[in-house]
Design a protein around this ligand. Sequence first.
Ligand SMILES: [Zn+2]
Length: 171
Amino acid sequence: MIKIKEIEQKAKEILSQLNIKKAPVPIEKIAKKIGLSIDKGIFGDTISGFLLTKENKNIIAVKSTESEVRQRFTIAHELGHYLFHSNKVDDIFISNVLFRNESSSTGEIRMEREANSFAAAILMPVDFIKEEIDKLDNRLTVEDAIKQLSKKFHVSEVAMTYRLTNLGYNI
Ligand SMILES: [Zn+2]
């Protein structure tokens, strides 16, 4: 099992290496810098994307018909698989809601969770969140604050809400 701290640390490291200091985090650029190519296409209803690694060729495929925020999360999620789970030689990870829910293997569920944690960590870095929260008008309602933050970070409101809760913000 990979510790949350390790996942957060990895995200931090990548952002600092690439000198990324502000939201929105350019996730496609990051994936490319790490050596992955992004392929946007149309697949079956239940698949959001997948990671395919072959020797000398690493591809993240993303469903082009999904919203931008969803695509960004998928790329970040697959990047998490690449960094933490892939043997980087010959692997495929499929992000598929049904597959996830029906999965009987706890190993798969664990990896899905870890990939989601990494996605949240890199798209909504702790320090960036703090900075943006400090800038918010404190007269905003929680709903409006989440709306503004999710726009700023180019993530869904659901993802932002989870992230803030996980970081211990009282919302
Ligand atoms: Zn996955």
